[in-house]
Design a binder for this molecule. Structure first.
Ligand code: FAD
Length: 446
């Protein structure tokens, strides 16, 4: 075969996890290649530069001061961070009323309820082991959904409603779809509720995609694009990785693609039943990200910070992502879960109209005339199929979780779904890539 090559390691996927693994291998004498199905790096990170040089993030965007690995990469590649604009009032829609205020419009009873429930979540999550959360008494939380846990432990209607809205935005999923243990595991790997609530502190001025582009330029010909991996054959402790264009023989493989997409690869010998079944149960929630570019961030003149959390209608939350000097006003709109599934059935024009109506409801008539609108429906992306990351329904983590990151023969697993720190975040993707690279380097050294 003319397109046959041999390397020590093949990395599948040029998302942040695969790129991080590649950066680690690049520090060694091992030969490696990254094969990527898309024609660009970044996976769930995807930025766009408008004709006026405004950068917008249509995929992952925010990180926090606790995301040390991501910040290190950003400074290593000479990029700049911007603090999320928070000056002024937010908009909270609760029980059909729009509230314009600095903190959530809930009674002191509801606040105490939220505080006590958050403490409970922290306490239970602290007891989990980040690598084996399915062991021990907390495994019982895999028998119920997060909605059921919240219903059983919280006492105020308003507290429940507000926390549900907040968690659904942070998880990108409806609470009735997700196991309570899944949420507790995420909290454990993030270090608690406060860390998760503060995970949207910063973004990259040049766009998050500038980071994955910079890593990709650094690695140059060590990444091959437009090559979806179709088959992996394991023979005599070596793997043969067949892409749409070529075949690579490798001593080790790092699979850095989300579990839902692993079902598209034909493995020989087949994956163990538990791994295959876990992959089959690993769908990503629905999410649409829309960006509305205005002449100016006009909402700031009204004392608003651009942040809205809505209980009704198409959109869930908005953020101000305007460039630092406010040369344009940029509103980022997140639509997820059932709301994303409802709105994606409409034509693009109808979708934009519905969201504009909601924006006018929040920010007034000036919201009616954006200069440009951009949209990415991640459920339609063939090489992702949703976002932000996989959340499991009850029963899956305890029955199949151990298959998530255990190496199988020459195959090692990376990707933010396999992270034990900041699971499902970009920080988690980096941590998983570093971990998988270390596993492979250690094995090949022995
Ligand atoms: C809309 C959205 C918003 C988000 N917002 C944030 C945020 O603000 N902050 C945050 O921290 N996280 C956010 N996330 C989550 C974050 O994007 C992910 O946790 C992280 O980027 C995942 O990186 P990864 O490398 O693990 O996977 P991916 O980015 O999914 O990379 C996997 C790569 O594998 C490729 N691939 C798949 N199948 C094959 C195959 N068969 N052969 C070859 N290549 C293949 C894909 O094309 C892709 O490039 C968001 C995600 C989405 C979708």
């Amino acid at each position: 075969m003319s397109n046959y090559h041999e390397v020590d390691v093949v990395i599948i996927g040029a998302g942040l996890a695969g790129l991080t693994a590649a950066l680690q291998l690049n520090k060694t004498n091992l030969t490696f290649i990254v094969v990527e199905a898309r024609t660009r790096p970044g996976g769930r990170i995807y930025s766009h530069r408008t004709s006026e040089n405004v950068t917008i993030d249509l995929g992952a965007q925010w990180f926090s001061r606790k995301h040390h690995r991501v910040q290190k990469l950003i400074s290593q590649f000479g990029l700049h961070t911007v603090s999320t604009f928070r000056k002024g009032k937010s908009i909270y829609e609760l029980n059909g009323t729009m509230n314009y205020q600095k903190s959530a419009p809930v009674s002191s009873m509801a606040l105490i309820d939220i505080f006590q429930f958050s403490r409970k979540l922290n306490k239970i999550s602290r007891e989990l082991d980040e690598r084996t959360p399915w062991h021990g008494p907390a495994a019982d939380y895999d028998k119920i959904t997060m909605e059921q846990l919240l219903e059983s432990k919280m006492h105020t209607k308003l507290g429940k409603k507000y926390l549900t809205q907040l968690l659904e935005e942070l998880l990108c999923a409806n609470l009735y779809e997700v196991s309570a243990l899944d949420v507790l595991w995420c909290l454990k790997t993030a270090g608690g509720v406060t860390n998760v609530r503060n995970s949207e502190q910063m973004w990259v001025r040049e766009g998050m995609g500038a980071l994955t582009d910079a890593i990709s330029n650094f690695l140059k010909e060590k990444i091959r694009y437009d090559r979806q991996v179709e088959k992996i054959y394991d023979e005599n402790h070596c793997s043969f990785i067949y892409t749409s264009n070529d075949c690579w023989k490798a001593k080790k493989v790092i699979i850095a693609i989300p579990p839902n997409l692993q079902t598209r690869i034909h493995f020989q010998p087949p994956l163990p039943a538990s791994k295959a079944q876990l992959n089959e149960r690993s769908g990503l929630p629905s999410v649409i990200k829309m960006i509305f570019v205005y002449k100016t961030p006009f909402w700031r003149e009204f004392g608003l910070n651009g942040n809205a959390l809505l209980e009704d209608g198409p959109l869930v939350q908005t953020f101000d992502s305007s460039p630092e000097k406010a040369s344009r006003g940029v509103l980022t709109v997140l639509i997820n879960g059932t709301r994303a599934r409802n709105i994606e059935r409409l034509s693009i024009e109808a979708r934009k109209r519905e969201v504009l109506v909601a924006l006018v409801r929040c920010f007034g008539e000036e919201a009616e005339e954006p200069l440009y609108i951009y949209e990415n429906n991640w459920s339609e992306e063939l090489w992702t199929r949703g976002g932000y990351g996989v959340h499991y329904a009850p029963g899956i983590i305890t029955n199949f979780g151990s298959a998530l990151f255990e190496p199988i023969s020459s195959i090692h697993w990376a990707g933010s779904e396999t992270a034990t720190e900041w699971r499902l975040y970009m920080e988690g993707a980096v941590q998983s890539g570093e971990r998988a690279a270390k596993e492979v380097i250690d094995c090949l050294a022995n």
